[in-house]
Write a protein that binds this ligand. Structure first.
Ligand code: C2E
Ligand code: MG
Ligand code: MG
Length: 684
């Protein structure tokens, strides 16, 4: 059979084929498929060198070998040159066939690979997209086939599970799954869950896995579906650890006081709500203690906020020590705490209150500073005093306020009538402003008596407020409130004007009296304070030596430079300056020396224990000695007994003030008393 006779055979084939003469290596027959593939008429192939068809180096070598009798077949990919110069990827198979027993030819078959290449390329693109997607997610991903063999995973998966490289090798699936199982805290339920998933190929579920490392992973698994058939399973793992940590931190912040780390009002509310429900069920009682530190403002003002913060932390720790584990202590304001005593009765509440008082009464030592603090506590009981947290807090606050008013450093149970004569602070503030508008404030005058001859040395102006509804309201109650709200400026201005007016009256009638006026820190810090005082004296025509200002230590310690300038300006006006409540602030001697101060007033707290209390004796003795060295006079406040007066006299204290002589009196009453007093040395 000649090659030409083979044409029908070649045309019957689905592939592009041609026959090649082994000697000339030229094409001797080609089918129509090949002609169409190359884009040439079939006749043009006849006699064409075969290397013009597929001319890759491999083709060239192969046909050379054929010519040398060294090769007789090949199967590989090559490129077919089409008539328009485009290379078509093909699979090319060449084999030697025998048309007659002596005459071999080479049959070249060419399969068009363009379609296959296109599909492969698309597949590759898909794969790289998949890979990029897998790697770009923050979740760890594992894809397995139906038999559970690993198909894909991403790096995050390896990281999250801390998988050793060995276990990620091909065919290391057993090792990998053993590693995963070993990471899990509760292996058993983990395995049960995997078994359940295996039993139900279509299952979709989300679980939280706790790892031995402390990590918490959320696992979401879905079947992988292809052509409506489940072909595998995808697992994604998300690390919840950081999110939970952050959530815990946020929760902690929302429920705690940043400074002391104690629960805050919000958390207290929740705990009390639980207690209220329990109490309604089983009839139990509980107590709320409102604890307010005494004189904390002094510390803050004189030693600074940073120091104050440390004092608060220490105070909180001490109060906490007085409580049981089940109780809750929370900080509700600057120096205000609420202790919530679970299932406590009044006796239990009293025991705790006393314990807190005792803990806070112990001296504080911070850095080199020694001081005592103390606190005032108000107690409210559930259900006797109220059935909601707010009412209970209000009652405890009211009771605490009462303690403050009565001299601090104690506790008190709430009593219903307290609310009648004592209003909440907000109402009190409002009432105070009305009192000013309606002219309800008065000044009383308390004599300062010489311990040398019993004569009058001066009077202290003390504000009085008699309210139609509230009755007599003590300045110890409303002055701190006015200081908080700033209303003290108005009160202070009124007091100054009224005191100067009264002093002027006494000056005019020929019985001049030195009037001492209390000055609050805020008032002193007003930019126009000196101006105002000067203006008041000038307008009234008052002899400036008849006016004295009582300043507290906290005023002196703040912004020392400015303070000094102001004090000198005041002294230059001719008025005198006294330090009030000496001993309760924290001023040092070194400071006092610099100020143009002529008088120290020893606080009532230190006079009270005289002559028995050793500590008081020491403080009073030292103060008088110090004042003498600084050439200042001393007035002892709150002298109530002869024994106190005699003791002070023995120390050569200059003067006293107190109920022993007289309380503060209205101007007229004071004038009557004045008439009975001996004339002093200075008056003679
Ligand atoms: P303070 O300046 O230390 O006034 C002395 C307080 O002790 C007065 O209380 C006075 O009545 C009281 N007192 C005097 N002798 C005795 C005594 O023998 N025994 C007892 N137990 N107490 C005695 P008051 O009038 O209640 O004033 C309390 C505080 O209110 C004053 O303490 C002062 O800090 C402030 N205050 C009073 N009036 C004014 C004012 O016009 N302006 C300012 N800023 N504060 C004032
Ligand atoms: Mg005073
Ligand atoms: Mg005083």
């Amino acid at each position: 059979m000649t090659p030409g006779a083979c044409s029908p055979l070649l045309d019957a084939m689905i592939e592009a084929v041609c026959l090649v003469d082994p000697k000339t290596l030229r094409i001797v027959a080609a089918n129509q498929v090949l002609a169409s593939l190359v884009g040439l008429p079939r006749d043009d192939f006849m006699g064409k060198p075969v290397v013009e068809l597929t001319g890759s180096p491999e083709d060239l070598f192969f046909w050379e070998d054929v010519a040398a009798g060294l090769a007789d077949h090949i199967l590989s990919e090559s490129l077919l040159r089409s008539s328009d110069g485009v290379a078509i990827p093909v699979e090319r198979k060449v084999s030697r066939v025998w048309l007659t027993p002596t005459e071999p030819v080479f049959l070249v078959g060419l399969g068009d690979l363009r379609r296959q290449h296109h599909v492969e390329e698309q597949l590759e693109n898909r794969m790289s997209e998949l890979r990029a997607t897998l790697e770009s997610t923050g979740d760890g991903i594992l894809v397995v086939n139906m038999t559970g063999a690993v198909r894909h995973y991403n790096r995050r998966f390896v990281e999250l599970w801390n998988i050793p490289p060995d276990a990620m090798q091909a065919n290391a699936d057993v090792q990998l799954f053993a590693h995963l199982r070993a990471c899990i805290k509760d292996e058993r339920s983990y395995q049960d869950r995997l078994d359940a998933i295996a039993a139900d190929p279509e299952m979709e579920c989300t679980d939280v896995l706790l790892l031995r490392s402390g990590r918490m992973l959320e696992r979401v698994t879905l079947p992988q579906i292809s052509r409506s058939r489940v072909v595998g399973r995808v697992y994604s793992f998300r690390d919840l650890t950081e999110r939970l940590d952050a959530q815990k931190r946020i929760e902690a912040l929302a429920y705690t006081d940043v400074l002391t780390g104690l629960p805050n009002r919000l958390l207290l509310g929740q705990r009390v709500a639980v207690a209220l429900r329990t109490a309604q069920r089983n009839g139990s009682t509980f107590a709320l203690l409102f604890v307010d530190l005494d004189r904390f403002k002094n510390i803050n003002d004189s030693l600074g906020h940073a120091f104050g913060d440390r004092v608060l932390i220490e105070a909180a720790a001490r109060i906490q020590q007085a409580l049981r584990e089940v109780d809750t202590l929370c900080r509700v304001g600057g120096d205000e705490f609420i202790a919530f005593l679970q299932e406590a009765d009044p006796i239990g509440a009293e025991i705790v209150a006393r314990r807190i008082l005792e803990k806070l009464a112990q001296p504080f030592v911070l850095d080199t500073v020694n001081f005592s603090l103390g606190c005032s506590i108000g107690v409210a009981m559930y259900p006797a005093d109220g059935r909601t947290l707010d009412t209970l807090i209000q009652c405890a606050d009211t009771a605490m306020f009462r303690v403050k008013e009565r001299g601090r450093g104690n506790f008190r149970f709430y009593q219903p009538q307290m609310n009648v004569d004592l209003l909440s602070r907000v109402k009190m503030d409002h009432a105070m402003r009305l009192a000013m508008d309606h002219g309800l404030f008065r000044l009383h005058y308390q004599p300062q008596i010489s311990l040398l001859d019993g004569s009058l040395l001066g009077v202290e102006a003390l504000i009085r407020w008699r309210d139609a509804e509230l009755g007599n309201v003590s300045p110890a109650t409303f002055i701190p409130l006015a200081e908080e709200s700033g209303f003290i400026i108005n009160i202070g201005n009124w007091v100054m004007a009224e005191a100067v007016r009264q002093a002027m009256v006494w000056q005019v009638v020929g019985r001049p009296v030195i009037v001492s006026v209390n000055v609050s820190a805020l008032q002193f810090q007003q930019g126009d304070f000196v101006e105002r005082v000067a203006g008041a004296i000038r307008e009234a025509g008052l002899d400036p030596t008849l006016l004295e200002l009582e300043l507290t230590e906290s005023i002196l310690i703040k912004d020392i430079h400015e303070t000094l300038t102001r004090l000198h300006a005041l002294a230059a006006l001719g008025i005198s300056l006294a330090i009030d409540d000496f001993g309760t602030g924290y001023s040092s001697l070194a400071y006092l020396k610099k100020f143009p101060i002529s008088k120290l007033k020893i606080d009532r707290a230190f006079v009270m224990g005289l002559p028995e209390d050793e500590g008081d004796r020491a403080i009073v003795g030292a103060t008088i000695a110090m004042a003498r060295a600084l050439k200042m006079a001393v007035v002892a406040e709150g002298v109530e007994t002869d024994a106190q007066r005699d003791y002070l006299q023995g120390l050569q204290c200059e003067a006293f003030q107190g109920f022993l002589c007289s309380p503060g009196l209205a101007a007229q009453e004071f004038e009557a008393l004045y008439a009975t007093l001996p004339m002093g040395l200075s008056a003679t």
